[in-house]
Ligand binder design. Structure first.
Ligand SMILES: [Zn+2]
Ligand SMILES: [Zn+2]
Length: 183
């Protein structure tokens, strides 16, 4: 499996390096790729946020990726019309996804910096959105990274990896994912 990470409005290079290093046992190849996207077309003046579906659609159109998973990683605050915010969005059984770390920063809530917590939250949301690309839907098991998270506390509570049920689904979908991935 190949994985392209596409930073978009993303300046946290130490975090990017750590994520790539940690995810590398899961993929044959991880590349950083800079997409040509006009994010302003996704900006809502009213909400002061970016419509994630519009960004995702543009990436799918401009950067079709048939042989690799491609994830936009951003610090922009994302929304979809029915929700106040979202942490990410992905094509179910597709190759494209987007994750925002804007609301994963502890500073967003408490004004205290916590890079380790930011890393943990980002890893969980990346594995979650990739899970959708792999064909997984939301899981009821709180110990599973595929549990849905609408608030950051829910990210902190849920597990760090796919549960045995989800791992089994991945096997059935012929996704070559490591069963025992420790991070
Ligand atoms: Zn989800
Ligand atoms: Zn699960």
């Amino acid at each position: 499996m190949k994985f392209n990470i596409a930073p978009l409005g993303f300046s946290n290079d130490p975090l990017l390096r750590k994520l790539i290093l940690t995810l590398s046992p899961l993929f044959q190849d991880i590349k950083v790729f800079y997409p040509l996207i006009d994010v302003e077309m996704a900006y809502s003046l009213e909400r002061r946020q970016y419509n994630s579906t519009k960004i995702l659609e543009q990436v799918i159109r401009n950067e079709p990726s048939s042989d690799a998973y491609m994830m936009i990683l951003t610090e922009l605050d994302l929304f979809v019309p029915v929700l106040t915010h979202i942490f990410g969005e992905a094509q179910l059984k597709g190759n494209h996804s987007i994750v925002s770390i804007c609301r994963l920063y502890e500073e967003f809530y408490t004004s205290e910096s916590n890079p380790e917590l930011l890393f943990e939250r980002a890893m969980k949301e990346i594995l979650h959105e990739l899970g959708h690309n792999f064909g997984l839907i939301h899981c009821i098991d709180w110990d599973c990274v595929m549990h849905v998270s609408n608030a950051v506390e829910e990210i902190d509570i849920k597990g760090r990896y796919y549960c045995s049920f989800c791992l089994n689904e991945l096997k059935e979908n012929s996704i070559p994912i490591k069963e025992f991935f420790k991070w």
